[in-house]
Design a protein around this ligand. Structure first.
Ligand code: MTE
Ligand code: MO
Length: 465
């Protein structure tokens, strides 16, 4: 290696001057200058010349916008389950004070949950490359030695552990749940919910500590100039105390433009192969990553199916000739039992509503036809202002076989016990002979293979206290 030291360049007079100097200085001269300024340390494993506070701050700024949206849409998804209504709906019974934000989920606009949960899942997937890039950019800090230097340092390390661990945990549990279809049946909700609070707490602390520095780093370099800088002119960021800029940088194999482009392209590709499952229409075919959304078949029942009748172990004899709808009022003490023909003889109404699953996929609006929940309430003594209803399916086991609906959901004239969809009987997989469909409710509230409705109850009538 040629090691004749070149004289250090003139100190630049202004920031613009510094940038010009940056661009003129050759990589080797820059490395030599940096090496002289820093204490002699062995090269170490983290030598990418791209690492530095600016690059980290760019990824950080994207996450700073995206993560709060993920957190808020996630909390909305919890509220949409109406967990305060019934322990049957409540997937996080030990949440205590963390349930402070819950509110009765509205039925207007009917597409709200479709949008909030579509955003939650799509954004979560799209942010994965940014999260990984951010972790890559700070990886030297994650492995500093000695691991703990003082009490304050220990606290900082602990908060980093919660931040990095919490972030990875949230992304991994969320994606596994979407991709593998309820891998943690009941337990996903508490895991993801408590994880979100831990992660968001650590994130808030991290942002409070780092925001000023992030803003300074972002101001210190011009993004547009960076996007014009090719690999050949890519030099390390100025050495500082951030611990990110390598003391002994390796020659660049990629520009910052290239790194940002790679991450952006990764996110774009993930967006393109995911978003179709929530946007629907012809774009549904593009949702290559969507477990349910992509190929829903054709015909009136050609929209995505979450659990088939076989998977839910629905027995043929329970949805055949012998099927009866039991409608009951726990407060009026009235009970009627109807055959399918008798349900068909009640006033039939239509409403156009989507199925919007917590997993992020949703169907386009389907044309449902059936009996209003409010009319069924009237049948058992609630002619006006009906209470909520407890809905049970013929399914013998599984966490989605029963659900409690609120009074606002029962009272909405678009809320139906549907018998038909798009002009045909429900298919066995979509809940034949009867299913609930409620505007703006998460998919899970739209119980299929319904056989009993208990107005005024919020749990199984037998074990009502
Ligand atoms: N009885 C019963 N109803 C159910 C389910 C179930 O597993 N069992 N799955 C729910 C979930 S999670 C969703 S997203 C919707 C999906 O309805 P679809 O399969 O007709 O699209 O049904 C809901 N109704
Ligand atoms: Mo669902």
């Amino acid at each position: 290696m040629d090691s004749s030291p070149s004289p250090p360049p003139e100190p630049p007079a202004s920031r613009e001057g510094a940038e010009h100097a940056d661009r003129r200085t050759s990589f080797r001269a820059r490395v030599a200058r940096q090496a002289r300024r820093l204490p002699a340390v062995p090269p170490g494993p983290w030598r990418s010349p791209l690492r530095g506070p600016w690059l980290t701050s760019v990824f950080g700024a994207v996450l700073l916008v995206g993560l709060p949206v993920l957190f808020l849409t996630g909390l909305l998804s919890y509220a949409a389950y109406n967990p305060d209504l019934s322990r049957i709906n409540d997937k996080t019974p030990d949440k205590g004070l963390l349930g402070f934000f819950l509110f009765p989920w509205p039925t207007h606009p009917y597409w709200l949950y479709r949008v909030t949960q579509g955003v939650h899942v799509t954004l979560g997937i799209v942010l994965v490359p940014v999260l990984l890039a951010k972790l890559w950019s700070v990886v030297p800090k994650l492995f500093t030695l000695p691991p703990v230097r003082s009490a304050a340092h220990a606290l900082e390390r602990l908060s980093l552990l919660l931040l990095v661990g919490g972030g990875l945990f949230e992304f991994v549990t969320g994606i596994l749940n979407v991709q593998l279809d309820y891998v943690f049946p009941g337990s996903f909700y508490p895991l993801h919910f408590y994880g979100a609070w831990v992660f968001s707490g650590a994130l808030a602390a991290h942002v409070a500590l780092r925001l000023p520095r992030t803003v300074r780093s972002l101001r210190g370099r011009d993004l547009r100039a960076e996007l014009r800088t090719p690999t050949a002119r890519t030099v390390p960021e100025p050495a500082d105390d951030s611990g990110l800029v390598p003391a002994h940088p390796a020659p660049p194999t990629m520009s910052r433009r290239g790194a940002l482009g790679l991450v952006g392209l990764g996110s774009l590709v993930l967006f393109l192969v995911t978003a179709g499952q929530s946007i629907g229409g012809p774009l549904r075919r593009t949702a290559l990553l969507a477990p349910h959304g992509r190929n829903p078949g054709s015909g009136p029942n050609g929209f995505p199916i979450n659990k088939t009748a076989a998977l839910a172990r629905v027995r043929a004899q329970d949805v055949g000739e012998g099927w009866r709808l039991v409608v009951h009022s726990s407060t009026r003490g009235r009970r009627v039992e109807l055959t399918l023909d008798e349900v068909r003889a009640l006033a039939q109404h239509t409403s156009a509503l989507p199925i919007a699953c917590v997993e992020g996929w949703s169907s386009d609006d389907q044309h449902w036809e059936g009996v209003r929940l409010a009319d069924l309430a009237a049948l058992v003594g609630h002619p006006s202002d009906p209470p909520g209803v407890f809905v049970e399916s013929v399914q013998l086991a599984g966490s989605f076989r029963a659900v409690a609906l609120r009074d606002n959901q029962v009272r909405d004239p678009r809320a139906l016990l549907a018998l038909r969809v798009n002009g045909a009987d429900l298919s066995p997989d979509h809940g034949y002979p009867a299913r609930v469909i409620v505007p703006d409710a998460p998919g899970v509230m739209n119980t299929k293979w319904v056989h009993r409705l208990t107005f005024g109850a919020t749990t199984f009538p037998q074990d009502d206290a």
